[in-house]
Design a protein around this ligand. Structure first.
Ligand SMILES: O=c1ccn([C@@H]2O[C@H](COP(=O)(O)OP(=O)(O)O[C@H]3O[C@H](CO)[C@@H](O)[C@H](O)[C@H]3O)[C@@H](O)[C@H]2O)c(=O)[nH]1
Length: 413
């Protein structure tokens, strides 16, 4: 195999608020409008600069939150590819909001909605929260606008894999040139073809790697509950308290990521009374290394899409505790479609109680049903690996994408 470059160059474009930051915009609409204007200009300048430097661009892969990037690509005659970082099921729901097929907001009376692309109805509590919550109008607008000019793109890349979402991918592929290319996690955790590809190469917070791995090395096989709510979710104080006691009462050892901004919500004396044998609370961890560790028995997760793909790739069963955005939909698939986890249900006040958390953890870690979930998790792990391995569905899609770029490059010469 030809040696691949071990690094890539990064260049910046401007959102129009380089000096004062986004807060200067005053409103979300003002921010998005200026970003479109200045972003398009600065991206065009960058393309020009790279062309002059002898290293011309031939394709723009863009986040569909910035749909104007397609126009820039078209102006320069470049290939454009929208890269969706959420799964196809979630994208399909936003597509149908965009098309007006899902009427907003679905009311309590519409307990179940039938969405084209899904074989069965989906409960309103399973659709992304921005679709349900009328106060999130602006965010929903941005999510729905991902489709505003998607008919102009050459490719739609999705961080998922065909086998995982066959039905909805087949359905959406009739509308858009969809290529699933995931899971986009470092090779060493999947097909192991690229030995240097061990990490994403960036981390939002500093991971407490030694503390975590040393602690995990002292735990029995499949005995630890790993708990994380990703980089954004903020739990209510009550929820944090219920989670803390649920974990403690489950009698399983746990590794819990509590970001420093969340730490003050832990119950009084929780950290002081926690013995190191029982649990470790850290502000951030090397999640892939943790999920890969043989001591991990299950992952209590907020169901962010990256966390789910990582858990699938490493065969870790889940307790789903979705908070907002796409997470309820992801949780629905984890429990009912892929059958690789259970869902900890909220009560009427929106809180998951300690008894529920304890029960879910015990179910996955100790009960007969947990064994089945574990078997399914291993099955999906295999499928994820096959998808990115040579000749697998994602591998073929990437090959096809790259071969078109190469063709386009030789054409231009
Ligand atoms: O201690 C930790 C905790 C997390 N991670 C990593 O952080 C990422 C977290 O990503 P994700 O699980 O997707 O959660 P969020 O950071 O919350 O992601 C946001 O973006 C996702 C993709 O659009 C959505 O699916 C989520 O709902 C949304 O909250 C993953 O790669 C983890 O490996 C660590 O490295 N260390």
């Amino acid at each position: 195999m030809k040696e691949l470059p071990t690094s890539m160059s990064i260049e910046a474009i401007s959102d129009g608020y380089d000096d004062g930051g986004r807060d200067q915009a005053g409103s979300f609409v003002a921010y998005v409008t200026r970003f479109k204007e200045v972003g398009s200009d600065t991206l065009s300048q960058l393309i020009q600069k790279l062309a002059n430097s002898g290293c011309p661009v031939n394709c723009i892969v863009y986040d569909p939150f910035l749909p104007w990037a397609v126009e820039v690509a078209k102006n320069f005659g470049l290939i454009s590819a929208a890269f969706f970082t959420q799964n196809c099921a979630v994208d399909n729901i936003y597509y149908h909001v965009h098309k007006g097929v899902i009427k907003l907001p679905p009311t309590q009376n519409d307990e179940e909605i039938l969405i084209p692309g899904f074989s069965s109805t989906i409960e309103t509590s399973d659709v992304p929260t921005f679709v349900i919550n009328p106060e999130a109008e602006r965010i929903l607008e941005m999510l729905v606008n991902q489709f505003s000019n998607l008919d102009k793109v050459d490719w739609v890349l999705i961080n998922s894999f065909y086998e995982l979402e066959k039905e909805v991918i087949d359905w959406m592929s009739k509308i858009y040139p969809i290529k699933t290319i995931g899971p986009t996690i470092p090779s060493i955790y999947l097909d192991k073809k690229l030995h240097d590809d061990k990490e994403y190469g960036l981390s939002i917070f500093k991971p407490m790697t030694n503390e975590c791995l040393n602690w995990l090395n002292h735990q029995p096989i499949s005995s630890v509950v790993y708990v994380s709510f990703g980089s954004l979710a903020k739990l209510e104080g009550d929820q944090m308290e219920e989670l803390a006691w649920g974990l403690k009462n489950s009698n399983n050892n746990f590794l819990w990521v509590v970001r420093s901004t969340e730490e003050s919500k832990l119950p009084n004396n929780f950290l002081e009374e926690l013995t190191i044998e029982k649990g470790l609370v850290v502000s951030w961890c090397p999640q892939l290394q943790v999920l890969e560790h043989e001591s991990i028995g299950c992952f209590l997760t907020h169901c962010g899409w990256n966390s789910i793909l990582e858990a699938i790739s490493l065969g870790v069963p889940m307790v789903a505790m979705p908070q907002w955005t796409d997470q309820p939909t992801n949780a629905k698939f984890v429990k009912d479609v892929w059958e690789i986890g259970v869902r900890a249900k909220q009560d009427e006040k929106g809180i998951v109680r300690r008894e529920v958390i304890e029960e879910c953890i015990k179910l996955v870690m100790e009960e007969e049903k947990g064994k089945l979930i574990r078997e399914n998790a291993n099955k999906w792990k295999e499928m994820a690996r096959n998808a990115v391995d040579e000749g697998g569905s994602s591998d073929k899609n990437i090959e096809e994408f790259v071969s078109k770029l190469v063709k386009c490059k030789s054409h231009k010469k």
